[in-house]
Structure formats: C-alpha cells, structure tokens
Write a protein that binds this ligand. Structure first.
Ligand code: SAM
Length: 263
C-alpha cells in the first residue's frame, strides 16, 4: 500500500504521551501543549529530569556502539520513541554498516514518523504494536531479523511504563526465550533510588492521563526484570556509569541500566 492509501494516524493532542513528553525534554519539536505542560510539571519537581533523559539516550548509544563492536548486527528496539538525533540504526551502522534494526512503539506520532522515514528494504523496519503483544512484535521482527542469530533486545526507558500486573519481567523472559544464544538484553528504567516516596508519587501523577502510567521501581525490582540472565560487567548501574564509571555527579532521577547475555 502506498503511504497516501494508508488510514490517517489519529493523534490525541489533549493528553500527554510519553513519547512526546520525552521528545520535548530532549529538545525535539514533535510535541503538543499537553506534553509541554506535563514535562514542565516534572521539570519543576525535579530540574535534573532533562539531564536524566539526555544521559539515558547516551547510555542507549553506548550500548549500541558496544554491542555492534562485539559483532551484534541485529537490534530489536522496544519502545523506540520518536526519531531524534542518533537513532539506533545510525549509531549501529557507524560500526556495522549492514546492521538491521526493527523499531517497535505504540504511539501514533511515532507511527506517523515511521511511515515517512522507515524503509524496510534498507534494513530498518517499524512495528506499530504494544510491546506486550509479543506475537505481533516477533512476527514483524522476523520480517527483517534472523532470530536464529544473535539479536540485541533493547528495552530502554520503556519497562517503567509496563505495570506490575502485566509482569514486565515475564515479558522480557518471553522475548529472551525466542532469541538465539549470544543475544543480549539491554534495559534501562527509572528507579526510586535517591527519590523521596513523595516525589515518586508526584511524578507518577503527571502521567495519570497518559496512555501508560509511569512506574518507578527500586533497584532489586529493576534487576529482577532480567530474570535469571547474567548481567555483563559492570552490572546494573546508573546509566552514566555503563560500561565504565563516568565520574559524573549522581543525578537525582538517574535511571538504572545494564546489559545481560542470553546463554
Ligand atoms: C521514554 S521513551 C524512550 C525512547 C527510547 N527507548 C529511548 O530510551 O530513548 C518511551 C517510549 O516507549 C513507548 N512505550 C511505552 N509503553 C509502550 C508499550 N506498552 N508498547 C510500545 N511502546 C511503548 C512510548 O510510546 C515511548 O515512545
């Protein structure tokens, strides 16, 4: 189907969307007043929230560079977000020119961008799906990726939008079971570390009307998202300190991140 035959993308501009709030915080232009208001509330409560988002994005780029340097050529990016400066395929291809990337998101704005930008015949695809719908995601991924060979499963700043009742650890385990030995699982998540319970609740309330609420989790619960998988060095750390300590001052609201290997 040519792009002009596709059904129009419906965008809810009245309520904040995590993809657009994040875009605004990172300095992007794909956001509406509701998103800017929500971002403004978070930044008012915690001015370091912008630095945390930037550091998370840098973590993502370091992980992709590191894994590409280890010969990983395939990436499945869950909750990819809106296109920004250095997207996964751009970072990966600096190191592995034929890297293939399947992006997944459920935000209609991301779909609109993907229709304009993504060309599956160029080794990049976009799967418009909730990441909890593993069958749809994997069916789409198999259209581009060879799951019998190692894949980097990226779940960067997305699992904190999956509630406990939807078993985010079980979700990661389900994906991991479908991936070849030598695949990697990279996760970063907003944590409750160094954040007062009162601030956790106030930040959470900003996303009350968003398509998915926000669940900041303590360190052990974030470690639990990897299940039995063994974490590569340096383990689960503040994203600024992966793969080596940065010496940067610890930010309140810093995300925790790590990478595990599928045996
Ligand atoms: C904070 S952004 C992170 C973007 C990117 N991974 C990064 O770290 O720079 C979170 C993204 O996850 C998407 N998302 C949240 N819950 C999702 C779900 N259940 N299924 C698919 N996408 C989801 C949002 O739409 C948003 O684009």
């Amino acid at each position: 189907m040519s792009p002009d035959q596709l059904p129009p993308v419906e965008i809810d501009t009245e309520n904040p969307s995590p993809a657009r709030v994040y875009d605004y915080v990172l300095g992007g232009k794909d956001n509406y007043a509701a998103d800017r208001k929500a971002a403004g509330r978070v930044l008012e409560m915690e001015p370091h929230a912008r630095d945390s988002a930037v550091e998370n994005r840098r973590f993502l780029a370091r992980v992709v560079k590191h894994l590409a340097g280890q010969g990983i050529k395939q990436f499945l990016d869950l909750g990819s977000g809106l296109p920004t400066m250095d997207n996964v395929h751009q970072v990966a291809r600096r190191h592995v020119p034929d890297a293939r990337v399947a992006y997944v998101d459920f935000d209609p704005m991301v779909l609109a961008h993907a229709r304009a930008l993504v060309k599956p015949d160029e080794g990049v695809t976009y799967i418009h799906s909730d990441i909890r719908d593993v069958d749809t995601v994997l069916k789409g991924a198999r259209g581009l990726l060879d799951l019998s060979r190692p894949v980097a499963l990226l779940a960067i700043a997305v699992l904190h939008f999956v509630p406990d009742e939807d078993d985010p650890a079980g979700l990661v385990a389900t994906y991991a079971r479908e991936l070849a030995s030598g695949s990697r699982v990279a996760i970063s998540c907003a944590s409750t570390e160094d954040v007062s319970p009162e601030l956790v609740n106030r930040i959470r309330s900003v996303y009350d009307n968003a398509p998915s609420p926000l669940y900041l989790r303590p360190r052990d619960r974030i470690r639990g998202l990897f299940g039995d998988l063994e974490l590569l060095e340096p383990g689960l750390v503040h994203v600024t300190d992966w793969p080596v300590p940065s010496g940067a001052a610890r930010l309140p609201l810093t995300m925790l991140g790590g990478v595990a290997m599928i045996p």
